[in-house]
Design a protein around this ligand. Structure first.
Ligand SMILES: Cc1cc2nc3c(=O)[nH]c(=O)nc-3n(C[C@H](O)[C@H](O)[C@H](O)COP(=O)(O)OP(=O)(O)OC[C@H]3O[C@@H](n4cnc5c(N)ncnc54)[C@H](O)[C@@H]3O)c2cc1C
Length: 413
């Protein structure tokens, strides 16, 4: 037996999803322990832009005020610069992101990833959650009475909780140990990201994304002259942002002809590592096993190109919490609504991400012509815009709109 109290719930992974759920459970006095492998949350280049529908999930989880008070920054304007439009038109067609208030949503919220993890960890601990860091060799044995073994402080420990939550990210060991299969579509492009400080002259209310040459660029300001930058590029250019001077090369990529003030961004100062990832979707059919539930990236991740991972994770945490509170039996059957909703949610978001990639992360003359044509159509019907779908969430269109034919039509255009 462990030197620690035996909790009702063990959460493996104290990142965004694990700590948000732990905090929620602590509010209703469910004894919860988080097992986190890191000693510190550091910048690994993860999500820092929370979509409006995800912001609504933070409100439902009761953590919105916490994020805001700790510097969470609303971006209120979107300018769609790119090679499909001249800059003056892009500026005149800028979207006011406060307009989502009509649909009950706040504008996107930007906040650093390690900072969010630290905040949520601290709030969870203050509310009675036990957080064990520097934990390794976690072994989960699923079953009606699951068991969790782990090493901490040079000793082996074990718990016999009522439920184990796998919130241990993309390479989840809980998923593997529970025998839950992960599906994966092929990597369609690569994405490099970096946090940048001292961006003089770029308004912190304005986000932008678009395509020029052989990159798709994204800028998400976090206030106080700081922004998270991403560049998406072809998988044929694997080493484009590799090597010792990769930070300088990422900044240089922001010397863009289509963005009038892009030099302000390119002249910024790196505030974290420049890391690259493959962009693809992964998903599970059933993120469950007896005594085990997966949330967040552990249950499969959406292509980061549309910045949905945090929103997905917060909704997972909220849904799992609600189901746990509605029925205290915590059998796999009570999580069926979560399984069904998540399966359909991820299917829709996969389509939106593919649509976005076909439109904005394909390069050359034909791809540009497609963007120009599509821009005209979506000005007539903004709901067609995958960026809008990514902001208002996977329920914005009727189910039949999320259909493979949309992609085929787009490719053929
Ligand atoms: C390049 C990139 C850009 C992105 N941009 C966006 C964006 O703009 N907006 C957005 O919404 N999403 C974005 N995302 C996705 C978003 O970052 C993730 O979906 C989100 O962080 C998932 O949260 P999580 O809690 O499931 O996992 P994580 O945040 O990965 O947390 C998992 C935690 O588990 C711990 N852990 C892992 N293994 C173990 C183990 N064996 N034992 C114990 N602990 C363990 C880790 O240390 C970590 O603390 C992006 C992702 C990438 C890669």
């Amino acid at each position: 037996m462990s030197a620690f109290r035996n909790p009702e719930v063990v959460i493996v992974g104290g990142g965004i999803g694990g700590s948000a759920l732990a905090l929620s459970l602590a509010h209703v006095e469910i004894a919860t322990t988080i097992l986190e492998k890191s000693t510190l949350h550091v910048d690994r280049v993860r999500g820092e832009w929370i979509s409006p529908w995800g912001v609504a999930e933070t409100e439902r989880l009761g953590i919105y005020d916490l994020l805001r008070q700790a510097g969470g920054h609303h971006v209120t304007k979107h300018v769609g610069y790119g090679d499909d439009v001249d800059a003056a038109t892009a500026i005149s067609e800028a979207q006011d992101l406060t307009m989502f208030a009509n649909a009950g949503f706040k504008p996107p919220l930007c906040i650093g990833h390690p900072h969010s993890c630290d905040l949520l960890n601290a709030a969870a601990v203050q509310n009675g959650v036990e957080l064990l860091r520097d934990v390794n060799e976690v072994q989960v044995i699923p079953g009606a009475s699951p068991k969790v073994l782990f090493h901490h402080d040079g000793r082996e420990h074990h718990f016999t909780p009522r439920l184990v939550i796998g919130a241990d990210g993309r390479n989840s060991i809980v998923r593997r140990q529970a025998g839950i299969q992960l599906h994966r579509d092929p990597t369609h492009h690569l994405m490099a990201g970096m946090l940048v400080d001292e961006i003089e002259g770029w308004p912190d209310s304005v986000q932008t994304l678009g395509t020029e040459g052989d990159i798709n660029f994204l800028v998400f300001p976090q206030s106080r002259k700081r922004a998270r930058l991403y560049v998406c590029y072809s998988i044929d250019q694997k080493r484009r942002f590799a090597g010792a001077d990769n930070q300088a090369r990422l900044l240089d990529a922001f010397r863009l002809l289509c963005v009038p003030d892009s030099r302000y961004i390119a002249n910024g100062v790196p505030a974290g590592p420049c890391n690259s990832y493959g962009n693809e979707d992964t998903w599970t059919d059933t993120p469950l096993a007896p005594g085990v539930v997966l949330i967040g990236d552990a249950a499969g991740h959406n292509d980061p190109i549309i910045g949905q991972g945090l929103s997905i994770t917060y909704r997972d945490a909220r849904m799992v919490r609600d189901l746990m509170l509605e029925n205290r039996e915590w059998t796999p059957a009570i999580f069926a609504p979560y399984v069904e909703e998540r399966r359909e949610r991820m299917r829709r978001l996969r389509l939106v991400a593919t649509m976005f990639s076909v439109l904005y992360v394909e390069f050359g003359t034909r791809a540009r012509e497609r963007r120009i044509k599509y821009r005209e159509e979506r000005m007539k019907n903004p709901a067609l815009d995958p960026a809008v779908a990514a902001m208002l969430g996977p329920e914005i269109l009727p189910s039949e709109a999320y259909n493979e034919e949309v992609i085929e039509r787009l490719r053929a255009a």
